[in-house]
Write a new protein. Structure first.
Lengths: 316, 459
């Protein structure tokens, strides 16, 4: 694994399995009364968010804190970015604080990779435009593996606005890498040309949805619906909403959140025991702890940081 | 370079195009022992060339050193007719921090070019005779090689109102283009073609349907799907080319398609040519050498419009270059400030520089591996002025001296800096190229000599 986490595309199956295994051991820590380990004590982690985020930002904060890191969270609003500072200058300024890691979310593809060129900190991509959201894919794998036992051979349908979804791209890559069979499904206007090259099948209707073991619904991004991609949300919901009729009793349901109730998902399935949505959120913390650990305390980390971090994490 | 005779069509009633250049002393130089290659003149062999008072005076195996002239010992080097690039962005007026006439023409001379045409998408746009005249005036002070200026087809490139094309032609516009933007409206395009009967001059077209390109920033294909970056489909270009060829055929006008990138476009142009449409087209070195695979890392020096397309497109362009369906090579040299390119891919401006690397990149990428012959490359790099009514440079006695001396064995690394251009957003940065221009003579004057390349003065 590189010293950064920029995309799922660059992760091997071994890399992924190591991170999932690490997350398992942190889950055990999370079950304790005192959830902190001293692994990153004295080291600085910067959360740099150019886009609004609830889940990703808060779970990265919790993950860093549970590893005892010093944490700064910066949002575009209210920072020098507001005053026209370039990404490069912002990153170089923050790098002067000698952070161990910079976690960045931006609306632009490739921004995390650019940041990695401008800093000596480990860079974690927390979502770059419509490109990738690797920690979301990792936590989805973790969640699904816990419920299903094994990922090998699972048939996963990813349904909705694939065109505008970084989650879809990271998850197609992640699921296929772990041996799942992935099908993407949505209106033809929201399926990018050439997506099959990522290793998935394409369907434009839910007719064969019953063949899926897992249904992964994407958020219908109203804020990105400026073009005439779908004639109406009503028609979209009529054709693509996952509801109690369409979701079979043995199928699992996932969604990256936040959910548009009544658009991509009907209320009855959100609250059903088949839904893993709450578990996905819960997994966010331990998986992000695992990623921070892998990058900062695992292989290739400076020796001083590895003190006490060689073996399984110990409670503080 | 002097005005050439007007061709039968297009640059019609108003005669040839005038280029401007700073005054430079006409050279008297003996180039000794170079291998001369000029396919049009039927030249391919070692010979001496004597340039006297700016004209090629003699080509023969052994020529005595001229009195009061220079002797260039050029054994082991090649001498070609110098190149012509009708598609250069000099960024002047408005963005002289990115390029100016001096730096842009120095870059051209360093690339072996003896004439260029500058595009009018400046700030202000070259859409009126006064702006054009002021540019020509500056070129007569600053330009290192003969430089012509294109004018816009529509006022402010708004795509709606035609510029005073006849007035601009009288003021010396080399041709008309809204390059950077398409002429969206078919009706306006038709009017421009009708008005061409009065104004003359070639209409050079940036072909793209904005409703298909949308907010795209790279080729639409597997790579854009992987990267989650909005794509520009090939049909955005080819459908517009088909439209404009139909219009040109109907109005019996003459058009030139700039920077062809897609194989569908080559098909459309071949069909139009077969149907009798007066259409020419160009391809850039980057579209002939690179594909959207190079965009994988979202390097902003791989971002330009039209975008780098698939390998199948690239191979079709090469085939079309061979067959003549693509008439010539143009660089679309498009300088951008470093801080603008040091941004995420989607935010960075489109365009790459290419004057200084064009020959070396094509030589390394196409000639050395045996994809095309060196003589074909020379033909296609010298023909760019032809549809505009400029004479094609030739190594022939009596002709104005336009030649470049090139070391085909020299390897060099294209760096992050060290360009004659004021900008460094080169698509070939970081690559090792083979073939280096040592000296350029443009319209009879020495326009460039590599610093390390010594010239011996003769007493």
């Amino acid at each position: 694994m590189q010293p950064h986490l920029l995309s799922v595309d660059e992760l091997s199956r071994d890399d992924i399995e190591r991170i999932l295994g690490r997350a398992e051991s942190f889950a055990e820590v999370s079950g304790r009364e005192i959830k902190k380990v001293p692994t990153l004590r004295g080291r600085t982690v910067i959360n740099l968010f150019y886009e609004a985020s609830t889940r990703t930002q808060s779970s990265f904060e919790l993950a860093a804190k549970r590893l005892s890191a010093d944490l700064i969270t910066l949002k575009a609003a209210g920072s020098a970015v507001d005053k026209g500072e370039s990404l490069k200058d912002t990153v170089q300024t923050l790098s002067a604080y000698d952070p161990a890691a910079i976690i960045i979310r931006t609306p632009h593809a490739g921004a995390a990779a650019l940041v990695a060129r401008w800093t000596s900190a480990a860079v974690i991509n927390a979502g770059d435009g419509k490109h990738e959201h690797p920690t979301q894919a990792l936590l989805d794998l973790y969640t699904l593996k816990r419920r299903a036992g094994s990922l090998e051979g699972l048939r996963v349908w990813i349904v909705g606005d694939v065109l505008h979804s970084r989650v879809a791209r990271s998850n197609i890559l992640a699921f296929t890498r772990m041996g799942c069979e992935v099908t993407v499904c949505g209106p033809p206007t929201l399926i990018p040309r050439g997506i099959e090259s990522l290793g998935c099948a394409v369907r434009y209707t839910l007719d064969e949805l019953s063949s899926a073991d897992v249904v992964y619904a994407l958020r219908m991004q109203r804020e990105r619906m400026s073009g005439s991609f779908v004639p109406s949300l009503r028609e979209y919901a009529a054709r693509y909403q996952i509801d109690g009729r369409r979701l079979g009793p043995s199928q699992l349901l996932m969604h990256p959140g936040p959910v548009n109730r009544g658009v991509e998902l009907a209320a009855e399935v959100i609250d059903s025991p088949q839904a893993l949505i709450a578990e996905q959120v819960e997994s966010g913390v331990v998986v992000r702890m695992a990623v921070l650990y892998e990058l900062l305390a695992g292989r290739g980390a400076p020796n001083d940081a590895r003190a006490g971090a060689e073996t399984e994490p110990q409670p503080a | 370079m002097s005005a050439a005779a007007a061709p039968a069509n297009g640059s019609g009633p108003r005669g040839g195009v005038e280029l401007d250049c700073a005054a430079a002393p006409p050279a008297t130089v003996l180039v000794r022992g170079a291998r001369l290659l000029d396919p049009r003149a039927g030249l391919n062999g070692v010979s001496d060339v004597l340039v006297r008072d700016g004209r090629i005076a003699e080509i023969s195996p052994t020529i005595a050193a001229p009195e009061g002239g220079e002797v260039v010992e050029a054994e082991g080097l090649h001498a070609f007719p110098a190149f012509v690039d009708p598609h250069v962005h000099l960024r002047t007026p408005g963005r002289e921090d990115e390029e100016d006439i001096d730096s842009g023409t120095r870059a051209a001379a360093a690339g072996g070019f003896c004439a260029i045409l500058a595009q009018p998408n400046t700030d202000p746009v070259v859409d009126s005779a006064p702006v054009l005249r002021s540019l020509r005036e500056r070129a007569r002070v600053e330009a290192r090689i003969p430089t012509g200026f294109m004018a816009a087809i529509t006022v402010g490139q708004d795509g709606e109102r035609l510029t005073e094309m006849a007035d601009l032609a009288d003021a010396g516009a080399a041709g008309f283009t809204d390059d950077g933007l398409p002429v969206r409206s078919a009706g306006v395009m038709r009017q421009a073609l009708q008005y061409q009967r009065l104004a003359g001059r070639l209409l050079a077209l940036h072909e793209e349907d904005p409703s298909l390109s949308g907010n795209g920033v790279m080729h639409e294909g597997e790579m854009s799907a992987l990267l989650g970056v909005a794509g520009i489909p090939s049909v955005s270009e080819s459908s517009m080319v088909a439209r404009d060829c139909a219009l040109a055929l109907y109005e019996e006008g003459r058009i030139h398609v700039q920077h062809v990138s897609a194989r569908e476009t080559v098909d459309a142009i071949e069909r139009a040519k077969a149907a009798g449409c007066q259409v020419t087209c160009e391809a850039t070195p980057h579209h002939l050498l690179l594909t959207d695979e190079a965009v994988r890392t979202l390097d902003t020096n791989m971002k330009m419009n039209p975008p780098l397309r698939s390998d199948a497109d690239r191979r079709t362009l090469i085939e079309a270059l061979r067959s003549g369906a693509i008439d010539f090579i143009a660089t679309d040299h498009a300088p951008h400030a470093r801080e603008e390119k040091e941004q995420p891919f989607e935010l960075a401006p489109m365009g790459v520089t290419g004057l200084e690397t064009a020959f070396a990149a094509l030589h390394s990428g196409l000639v050395v591996p045996g994809v095309i012959e060196l003589s074909l490359l020379i033909e296609r790099m010298t023909a760019g002025g032809d549809p505009y009514g400029l004479e094609i440079p030739q190594l022939r006695p009596g002709a104005p001296a336009n030649l470049c001396l090139v070391d085909l064995e020299a390897d060099w690394d294209v760096g992050d800096a060290g360009y004659e251009s004021r900008s460094s957003n080169c698509a070939f940065a970081g690559r090792r190229l083979t073939g280096r221009v040592r000296m350029t003579i443009a319209d009879g004057a020495v326009a460039y000599r590599e610093r390390s390349f010594a010239l011996g003065a003769v007493a």
